[in-house]
Design a protein around this ligand. Structure first.
Ligand SMILES: Cc1cc2nc3c(=O)[nH]c(=O)nc-3n(C[C@H](O)[C@H](O)[C@H](O)COP(=O)(O)O)c2cc1C
Length: 179
């Protein structure tokens, strides 16, 4: 663990229609003893109440790269939860593409040995694409923990009520014991 008293969790938020529900995950993470900083993809920013999330975490939302020499807005991550994870980010991450800050952090975290857990929110049409199936298999082979997730119907946000925001915390709990 870093020098901070409580372990620090990065929550990576991607541009799925349910992104504004991430406050539920943040609340539960706080209750479990994590400090939380949010990393949003650029597309996700418009889908979230940024002020409310920054007030809840006490840290700025990160989405773009900082200027060289600028202070680091967040402490280093002890673990990373990706929720909701989009089709786009899952595939790019597995392919080693780092064209958003979120992807750069995720790609680098593998080499740094940071524990990571993912809860996708992807519709059944996209989930049928062979690249997605292969991407999940590749992430699993990298040690990424992937929560059970039933794809929702295309063109709907059905599943919003049943999306399990906090499963990622359960997956990370065994690692948290030793932080
Ligand atoms: C309102 C809205 C809802 C969306 N919901 C989803 C979704 O549930 N899952 C998904 O994989 N993509 C969804 N998309 C498409 C993604 O936003 C799109 O693929 C985007 O490129 C993802 O960017 P990101 O992975 O960098 O966040 C949605 C787009 C919009 C505009």
């Amino acid at each position: 663990m870093s020098e901070h008293r409580e372990p620090f969790l990065y929550v990576v938020v991607c541009a799925a229609g349910i992104a504004d529900g991430v406050s539920e995950l943040i609340s539960e993470a706080h209750a479990e003893g994590w400090q939380v900083g949010v990393i949003a993809t650029p597309n996700a920013l418009a889908l979230m109440d940024q002020d409310a999330i920054e007030a809840q975490t006490g840290y700025p939302i990160r989405s773009g790269w900082r200027a060289p020499g600028a202070p680091k807005p967040l402490p280093p991550a002890d673990a990373i939860a990706v929720a909701p994870a989009t089709f786009n980010t899952v595939n790019k991450w597995a392919a080693g593409i780092a064209d958003t800050l979120a992807l750069g952090i995720l790609c680098e975290a593998y080499g740094l040995g940071i524990p990571m857990a993912v809860q996708p929110y992807v519709n059944s049409a996209l989930a049928a694409h062979p690249a997605y199936v292969e991407s999940l298999a590749r992430l699993r082979s990298m040690g990424v923990l992937i929560s059970e997730c039933v794809p929702h119907k295309p063109n709907s946000i059905v599943g919003r009520e049943t999306y399990k925001w906090t499963d990622v915390l359960a997956l990370l709990r065994p690692m948290k014991q030793s932080m």
